[in-house]
Ligand binder design. Structure first.
Ligand code: HEC
Ligand code: HEC
Length: 383
């Protein structure tokens, strides 16, 4: 709660042009020059984030899959959208997403502004044909009209898709979460903030485990990501059966044919191509962006396909050197950790959370059409 208040205050600080007082262990939140934070814009984005009217049948909001009580994830292996349709990927947390240099597991969106528009028209997420219905809401709902004017200084009649992205992104930039036991230990000078097991785990994380190679720890702050893409072999087996066919079509394309090698796979399998889907480069096959590890104990199951249930499972996966495949990153190899080292590593990972970052239900904005009574959607009020 304290966190959130600090965050909202920081919105004002942005407005005033002052430096942003980021929580302990995190750097300033980068804000693009053409989308300065202001309180009305943050509030507008928050309303949109929780509003289920932003979906084809009124059942899905951003918060359906990014639930505040689950550290802005949904607790499922892969996300479930409109009509119960199951997608191929795990819903990542939105906490601290403001620090990523690219969004989505494969980095296909380059800003929070563009990312926010993706789910709205994704047929298995919000399922809208286009953002028209959202623009209608901004123009016709009295609360939205007021907020829109304050946020952008223009009339709601002028609302465009870009405004939706900007407002939601502004809200997401307030969802920063630091000041964890780890931060208090490393940056706050509080030696007792970590248990001795977690302290040993930090050492394994940096040295024998090689984890900090990708989940970076900095001198003044830590994002636990280097924003790069790696192949760990997660989900790679879904590509195996059709891989030879894929290579054939890839070669045809390289020779000038108008074909799409990724189309040999069904959507679930195709997802496993990872970064390749964005760049078309062979070296990017099965590569995914290093995710932050902040609040990791609250965001399971893990990996882009949700295939690892617990942190113990993840550590076991790394200990075995990932899943072998021709594109496996050289930084992934058998670690030969002892049982104690594994337990210490897990204790360390658990020190990266701050429960204050979970909201309480009473704080949510209206997310239903006024007529339907309950102010909160079930997915939000159920925790
Ligand atoms: C049906 C579930 C679902 C809904 C609804 C949904 N998301 Fe997501 N979100 C996901 C999944 C799954 C991913 C990862 C997709 C991928 O990498 O291909 C994701 C990724 C993201 C990311 C990127 C995080 C990162 O680590 O790169 C952000 C930010 C985000 N969503 C915000 C939103 C916003 C804003 C909305 C509403 C406009 C929304 N989401 C609606 C499931 C959902
Ligand atoms: C070569 C870079 C690299 C190294 C080394 C590495 N990671 Fe990762 N880590 C990643 C990437 C990339 C992912 C996402 C993979 C995916 O989704 O398929 C990931 C995912 C994870 C996840 C799941 C995150 C989530 O939100 O689902 C955890 C936990 C994790 N790593 C912990 C560790 C630990 C502990 C170590 C050391 C034993 C380690 N990592 C070493 C790059 C790395």
């Amino acid at each position: 709660m304290r966190q959130i208040i600090t965050i909202l205050v920081s919105g004002w600080l942005f407005l005033a042009g002052d430096a942003f007082a980021a929580p302990l262990g995190l750097p300033e939140v980068p804000v693009p020059a053409d989308n300065a934070q202001n309180p009305a814009k943050i509030e507008l984005g928050k309303q949109l984030f929780f509003d289920r009217r932003l979906s084809a049948d009124g059942t899905v909001s951003c918060a359906s899959c990014h639930q505040p009580g689950k550290a802005f994830t949904d607790g499922r292996p892969t996300a479930v959208g409109i009509d119960g349709q199951v997608g191929p990927r795990n819903a990542p947390t939105v906490l601290n997403a403001a620090y990523y240099t690219s969004l989505f597991h494969d980095g296909r969106a380059d800003s929070l502004e563009t990312q926010a528009l993706g789910p709205l028209t994704n047929p298995i997420e919000h399922g809208l044909q286009d953002v028209g219905p959202v623009l209608e809401l901004l123009r016709n709902d009295a609360d939205y009209r007021r907020l829109f004017r304050q946020a952008f200084g223009s009339e709601p009649e002028e609302a465009e898709a870009a405004h939706i992205g900007k407002a939601i992104a502004s809200y997401e930039r307030t969802l920063v979460c630091g000041d964890t036991p780890f931060d208090r230990y490393l940056y706050g000078g509080d030696h007792s903030a970590l248990s001795s097991s977690a302290r040993r785990g930090l050492r394994v994380f940096r040295r024998k485990g090689n984890c900090a190679n990708c989940h970076e720890i900095g001198l003044n702050d830590s994002l636990f990501t280097d924003n790069r893409f790696y192949n760990l072999g997660v989900g790679f087996k879904r590509l195996k059966a059709k891989f030879a066919r894929f290579v054939t079509v890839y070669k045809q394309k390289a020779a000038g044919a108008d074909v799409d090698p990724a189309s040999v796979f069904d959507p679930r399998e195709r997802s496993e191509l990872g970064r390749f889907l964005v760049t078309g480069k062979v070296a990017d096959i099965g590569r995914f962006r290093t995710p932050t590890l902040r609040n990791i104990a609250m965001t399971g199951p893990y990996m882009h396909d949700g295939s690892q249930k617990t942190l113990e499972d993840v550590v076991e996966y790394y200990d075995q050197g990932g899943e072998k495949n021709p594109f496996l990153d050289p930084a992934i190899y058998p670690l030969h950790l002892t049982d104690q080292e594994k337990a210490d590593l897990v204790a360390f990972l658990k020190s990266l959370g701050n429960p204050d970052c979970l909201f309480t239900p009473g704080r949510f904005p209206r997310s239903e059409p006024k007529a339907t009574g309950s102010p909160f959607s079930p997915d939000i009020s159920s925790f």
